[in-house]
Design a protein around this ligand. Structure first.
Ligand SMILES: [Zn+2]
Length: 258
């Protein structure tokens, strides 16, 4: 009896959360107003390099992202000057719950996002109104680990855990990863082959009609790589080397009703 009641209550919570998500997502994807995104930086290791880099972070470090979404939106015909407004929160002292690994079914994603929201509610020291989307940027000293753990952007709960390097030289690459994960929270899907990491044709190509098709000069943001050979693709080092393709634009609502 009690077990059944517990399951019913859990179901009720999950349905309420799913409905709330859906409603907020519809509002955000109308793009009538700027989507408010708060960036929460935190250290992914105990390196002094990471600590020092975190102390230099300013809102201006994220202006390139706002500008990128603004110019991409206008290129794609969205009548909104500033689609994404970013806010920088103070550095967090505690790490958020780890995202689900491997089996990212909708249920594990919702459970993680519930744990994340509870965690964010306890640790959110950002001033001002509550954000629409939360991005947790975990900084790592590049001399301690040359490659980064997987970043995760979740539509459920509209939050992302973004793994980045604590170095000025990597700022451009960091911005590409951050923009990619941000679009996941708005419903954009990956456009690369998960086995080979090669961009999928045509949706994962910045210029699918280009002749010859390869090499490409830019990456589609959700494909994440620039195809330069039949089996090779380069990682973009700045947002200027990427664009938002029509399939991604449709997924995030930028072509809705147009
Ligand atoms: Zn992705």
């Amino acid at each position: 009896m009690f077990k059944r009641l517990r399951i019913l209550i859990l179901l009720f919570i999950l349905i309420t959360v799913a409905l709330g998500n859906w409603r907020t997502e519809s509002r955000l994807k109308d793009w009538q107003n700027s989507v408010h995104v708060t960036v929460y930086p935190l250290a992914g290791d105990d390196s002094p390099v990471t600590r020092d880099y975190l102390s230099t972070l300013r809102p201006t470090n994220f202006e390139a992202l706002e500008k990128y979404f603004g110019s991409e939106a206008s290129r794609l015909g969205l009548p909104l000057l500033k689609p994404v407004a970013l806010e920088l929160a103070p550095t967090l002292r505690t790490a958020p719950p780890s995202p689900p690994e491997g089996g990212d079914s909708a249920l594990t994603a919702i459970v993680w996002s519930l744990r994340m929201r509870y965690w964010a509610w306890r640790h959110d020291e950002a001033p001002g109104p509550k954000p629409d989307i939360r991005l947790f940027l975990v900084y790592h000293d590049p001399s301690r680990r040359p490659t980064l753990p997987h970043s995760t952007g979740l539509r459920e709960g509209r939050m992302a855990l973004v793994q980045v390097f604590a170095s000025p030289a990597d700022q451009g690459g960091n911005q590409v990863v951050t923009a990619h994960e941000l679009l996941h929270t708005l419903g954009a899907t990956d456009k690369y082959d998960p086995e080979t990491l090669m961009p999928r044709f045509p949706d994962g190509f910045a210029e699918p009609t280009r002749e010859p098709r390869i090499p490409q000069e830019r990456a589609e943001l959700m494909a994440g790589r620039i195809p330069v050979g039949a089996q090779t693709a380069d990682i973009p080092t700045s947002l200027a080397q990427t664009l938002i393709g029509p399939a991604t634009a449709r997924e995030i609502g930028w072509t809705h009703g147009r």
